[in-house]
Design a protein around this ligand. Structure first.
Ligand code: GTP
Ligand code: MG
Length: 224
């Protein structure tokens, strides 16, 4: 059975397998390809080349007894490749906004990446989209760090309470966790979108008569 949600195009392949399109964005060199390769093949390349356009890989992940197939799209962060990456944003279910903790400019650009994603993915309600901010390269240590965790968390809070995680693709810190947190965030939002009226039951007979619509009046009248 295929199910399309409001924003993305997640597909329920069977009763227990959901396909999610995950896009990784961020400046050139912050470690997007290394994060994907660490997650998918548990491999790290010290001399990773800049990505040209986009590349994708699949990986299954189990969360709370449910299997998710993540289709991970790694994009080229360099400005000159903008026209090659943006056509791939549509239909995304999750977006990783990535910066490197030793590169302040990449942190400043998160706002630009978020806007670029919302525009080209054609997402109308940005506040309801499962972004996760990823601060990569934490292995560099305090001496080379240019963005403090608290500053990044404050930015996430200001931008609608985005999830935040610090990772190292190099030493594998929190890489699995970043993807599982992102899926959990997606699942929470999805549950809210699927059941918008939960908890809003109204007892029509308790409303004053002038607020009843004609159809409710008839039902209310019959019960009185
Ligand atoms: P573009 O493809 O140009 O957008 O860059 P990217 O974001 O994919 O960066 P990439 O993964 O190619 O990594 C760039 C450089 O950072 C490489 O030399 C990596 O070895 C290094 N790198 C990636 N992740 C880490 C990390 O967690 N720690 C450290 N110290 N270096 C990293
Ligand atoms: Mg890359």
């Amino acid at each position: 059975m295929a199910v399309n949600n409001v924003q993305g195009r997640h597909v329920r392949q069977s009763s227990k397998n959901t396909l999610l399109k995950v896009v990784i964005l961020g400046d050139g060199g912050v470690g997007k390809s290394c994060l994907m390769n660490r997650f998918v093949s548990n491999h790290f390349d010290e001399h990773s080349f800049h990505t040209i356009g986009v590349e994708f890989l699949n990986k299954d992940i189990e969360i709370n007894g449910e299997i998710y197939t993540l289709q991970i799209w790694d994009t080229a962060g360099q400005e000159r490749f903008k026209s090659l990456r943006t056509p791939f944003y549509r239909g995304s279910d999750i977006c990783l906004l990535t910066y490197a903790v030793d590169d302040r400019a990449s942190f400043r650009n998160l706002q630009m990446w978020r806007s670029e994603f919302l525009f080209y993915a054609d997402v109308r309600e940005g506040a309801a989209f499962p972004f996760i901010v990823v601060g990569n390269k934490v292995d560099v240590g305090a001496g080379r760090r240019e963005v403090a965790g608290d500053e990044a968390r404050a930015w996430c809070a200001e931008h609608g309470g985005l999830l935040y995680v610090e990772t190292s693709a190099k030493d594998a810190t929190n890489v699995e966790e970043a993807f599982s947190l992102a899926v959990e965030g997606w699942a929470r939002l999805e549950a809210r979108l699927d059941r918008p009226y939960v908890g809003e039951t109204v007892d029509l007979r308790r409303q004053p008569p002038e607020q009843r619509s004609s159809c409710c009046l008839a039902a209310g009248s019959a019960a009185e």
